[in-house]
Design a protein around this ligand. Structure first.
Ligand code: S3P
Length: 426
């Protein structure tokens, strides 16, 4: 399949986005081990979050889906049943890494794998702490999916992940739910804190003291009615598109504004973007609000250190913005980009190159000089949702038509992306 993008003059209109992918996964998993039926509204329409529901169903959890409202019939901390077959996490790193924390505590073995991209993603990062807690795990070549997890009665540990990863933190905390003690994760570089916020909303005792997050095991988790805010990482595509097309004005309603995610907004504002925040409120401890972006050329800048970890998912589309900024974009400390759904340093560089844009890559980042123009070209998603969407945005500002091969990759996080983009064309 191919998707054609023709240049656009500007984008204008109001949109609402599907529920945040990170929050949807967490609500579904925690609801499954809570007592009673949780109703989750605005659950992500993305295939990744539906892979999580599929895995939970295979573990014996009743789940009703009615549009974007999902009801999860939680069975408590000991309610999973041995699945009839291997669990399929599809393309979803979040599903395999976070759910493995819960699987490590089950009295039965489970195998969990996924698609070709997922089968190349590193799992040693969760295998090490789960082994330390007492589970037995094996993996293809010792480190890749599928994983086979022989659960055990786990012990609480204190763990410091060697990389900034919310998925690893969550895996350890989810395993910690099943222990008798206090499980701690030491986080030197802060990552998204949706797990901590969600566990608290379901009734767990979880505290943060400096870099140490501590969870008391065997909490009584009770079912909740929850609303998932719109996904800020999906909003990023429209924030960037508006800034590539001066004269644009886009209002994005009901977006999640967790302070652990809004470094994206800080960075854009620091680079000269005009973004207004309105109607800020809360839903189950998560901040929500409306964003209004008025398009104008931004200065560009550097993303490094803790900032890189905080907006890691937005870097592909920010690379696109960097090319048309005044001063360009430099990204450092981003080795994690090489182990996402694709090697995003390589796939961004490949597509920018096809569109006639210069980029210099390094082992853990890149530099895109500013003041460049996109040439319409044939690009490829390489099966990566964020690459598909980033280059659809580039196509809007290109000279001539752009075609994207394998555009359907976008559906793992945002199936409505192309239709939403079309609606905003002026
Ligand atoms: C996520 C954490 C990040 C992010 C991913 C979602 C999460 O991954 O890139 O899209 O929901 O916890 P890492 O934990 O691997 O950094």
């Amino acid at each position: 399949m191919e998707y054609r993008v023709t240049p656009a003059a500007s984008l204008r209109g109001h949109i609402r986005l599907p529920g945040d992918k990170s929050i949807s996964h967490r609500y579904a998993m925690i609801a499954a081990v809570a007592e009673g039926a949780s109703k989750i509204s605005n659950y992500s329409s993305g295939a990744d979050c539906h892979s999580t529901l599929g895995c939970l169903r295979s573990l014996g959890i009743g789940i009703d889906v009615d549009g974007s409202t999902v009801t999860v019939h939680g069975q408590g901390l000991d309610g999973f049943q041995a699945p009839p077959a291997a669990l399929d996490a599809g393309n979803s790193g979040s599903t395999i890494r976070m759910l493995s924390g819960m699987l490590a505590a089950q009295p039965f073995p489970t195998t969990i794998g996924g698609d070709e991209s997922l089968s190349r993603r590193p799992m040693a990062r969760i295998m090490a702490p789960l082994r330390e807690m007492g589970a037995e795990l094996s993996a293809r070549d010792g480190k890749y999916p599928p994983l086979t997890i022989h659960g055990a009665k786990l012990r609480a540990i204190q763990y410091e992940p060697p990389m900034a990863s919310a998925q690893v933190k969550t895996c350890v905390l989810f395993a910690g739910l099943h222990t008798e003690g206090v499980t701690s994760v030491v986080e030197r570089v802060q990552t998204r804190d949706h797990t901590e916020v969600a566990l608290k909303a379901f009734g767990a005792q979880i505290e943060k003291s400096g870099p140490v997050i501590s969870l008391h095991g065997r909490p009584l988790l009770t079912a909740q009615d929850l609303y998932v805010p719109g996904d800020l990482s999906s909003a990023a595509f429209f924030l960037v598109a508006a800034n590539l097309l001066p004269g644009s004005k886009v209002v994005i309603e009901g977006v999640g504004l967790s302070p652990s995610r809004t470094k994206l907004l800080d960075w854009l504002l620091g680079a000269g973007a005009e973004i207004r925040l309105m109607d800020v409120g809360q839903a189950a401890g998560e901040m929500v609000g409306t964003l209004m972006v008025t398009g104008r050329q931004v200065r560009g800048g550097v993303i490094e250190g803790a900032m890189t970890a905080a907006l890691i998912d937005e870097i592909p589309v920010l690379a696109v913005l960097g090319a048309m900024s005044q001063e360009g974009l430099t990204v450092k400390d981003a080795a994690e980009l090489r182990v996402k759904e694709t090697d995003r340093i390589d796939t961004v560089a490949e597509n920018l190159g096809r569109m006639g844009v210069r980029i210099a890559t390094t082992a853990d980042g890149f530099h895109v000089p500013g003041g460049q123009r996109f040439r319409g070209a044939e690009v490829d998603s390489f099966g990566d949702h964020r690459i598909a969407m980033a280059f659809a945005v580039a196509g809007l500002a290109a000279d001539g038509e752009t075609t994207i091969a394998n555009p359907e990759a976008a559906s793992v996080s945002f199936p409505e992306f192309y239709a939403t983009l079309e609606r905003l064309r002026d």
